[in-house]
Write a protein that binds this ligand. Structure first.
Ligand SMILES: [Zn+2]
Length: 61
């Protein structure tokens, strides 16, 4: 399984292959060209944590 983080809405979505057309299930953006990461990799977790932290900072602003 592969995971991609949508650069538009920051939603994470999963697929068995990173090579097919990949549409974000949350906002409908074509994220085929985004880099696919192995699902469950520490990098995915790190990115999601950073997004969460970033959003909290924005809310606090
Ligand atoms: Zn999206």
């Amino acid at each position: 399984m592969y995971c991609k983080i949508c650069p538009n809405c920051y939603g994470d979505s999963y697929s068995s292959s990173p090579h097919f057309t990949w549409i974000c299930p949350y906002c409908g953006k074509d994220i085929t060209r985004e880099q696919g990461l192995p699902a469950g990799s520490p990098l995915v977790k790190k990115i999601l944590e950073e997004i969460k932290t970033g959003q909290e900072k924005l809310i606090k602003k």
